[in-house]
Design a protein around this ligand. Structure first.
Ligand code: ZN
Ligand code: ZN
Length: 299
């Protein structure tokens, strides 16, 4: 379907530049030590601020009513996954630190650490998104991996707080395996990892906003709301990147259609996947024998 002229142009065209400016200012202040807080604290503050702004904008100016968060969708489905994602992320981050401490020096090393900070951050983002792109495409084609990844596609809505609805297998691949490789084993400095994570957090949070945000030609550089919603479109096999559009463009899976939105979000066949409101059944689904019938939906 096609979108009308924005009802609130200030929000449509101003929200993303505002968030990008705040992210840039905080990142600059942190790496130049003008901000007396740790990188982790700065990332935490940026994540919370981005979620609050995105949440407020989608409540004031929702793109589509049928994509809205409801009490049932949030409490009955998303909340357990948000709690689980938080725990898995803490465990994965600790695991990355422990493994890295065993094998590589702290503070960066090798040829990557000799590059200027912005160049390091670009290399890290390119590597991170290439690895995620490869895994993500496999997660949509290998049946066992799809059983894990499908939970992120099961919702037929799209809003900022459903972003953490992921199976722990997906989270461990991105937050442990890929993070360990690109943030620590690559030799990038902690500042470069911090810059890349700040960009990643912004793009991933904004990607799920149920609001008419438009960023024009920037869509050919960064994955955001206008492109990621097509990844959630039923029947679509596009836009697998999490932060950069480059790998989708290179491998011909990129779609950017200004002012158009998918007619339907979610699974091609909703009956082919457990209802994610059945938290335990959904978590167990990738581990069940392949011949197991789909657990029956909640009444
Ligand atoms: Zn996907
Ligand atoms: Zn998504």
């Amino acid at each position: 379907m096609e979108l009308d002229t924005p009802a609130r142009p200030a929000l449509t065209y101003g929200t993303y530049p505002l968030l990008a400016a705040v992210t840039t200012a905080v990142v600059w202040a942190a790496v130049t030590h003008r901000l007396a807080i740790s990188r982790d604290a700065a990332l935490g503050l940026l994540t919370i601020a981005t979620i609050v702004v995105a949440f407020t904008v989608e409540r004031i100016n929702p793109l589509l009513d049928r994509w809205r968060m409801t009490r049932d969708s949030f409490v009955g489905r998303d909340l357990p996954f948000i709690g689980l994602a938080f725990v898995v992320e803490q465990v994965a981050t600790m695991g990355v630190s422990l493994v890295a401490a065993r094998f590589v020096p702290d503070g960066g090393f090798g040829p990557l650490a000799d590059l200027p900070l912005p160049a390091q951050a670009v290399v890290v983002l390119l590597a991170l998104d290439l690895l995620w792109y490869a895994y993500h495409r496999a997660a949509h084609t290998v049946p066992r991996l799809w059983r894990a990844h499908g939970v992120h596609h099961a919702p037929s809505q799209l809003y900022v707080l459903m972003h953490p609805v992921f199976h722990p297998i997906d989270l461990l691949v991105s937050r442990f395996v890929i993070s360990l490789l690109v943030f620590r084993f690559s030799g990038a400095t902690p500042d470069a990892a911090f810059v890349a994570l700040a960009v990643l957090n912004l793009q991933q949070t904004i990607s799920h906003v149920n609001s008419d945000l438009r960023t024009g030609p920037l869509n050919y550089l960064l994955i955001g709301a206008e492109t990621h919603r097509w990844h959630h479109g039923a029947g679509e096999r596009v836009n697998y990147g999490s932060v950069l559009a480059l790998w989708d463009i290179a491998f011909r899976t990129f779609v950017y259609e200004p002012i158009r939105v998918p007619d339907r979000l979610g699974l091609d066949d909703p009956d082919s996947y457990p209802d994610p409101r059945r938290f335990h059944a959904t978590l167990a689904w990738p581990l069940r024998p392949t011949a197991t019938a789909v657990p029956t939906p909640v009444e």
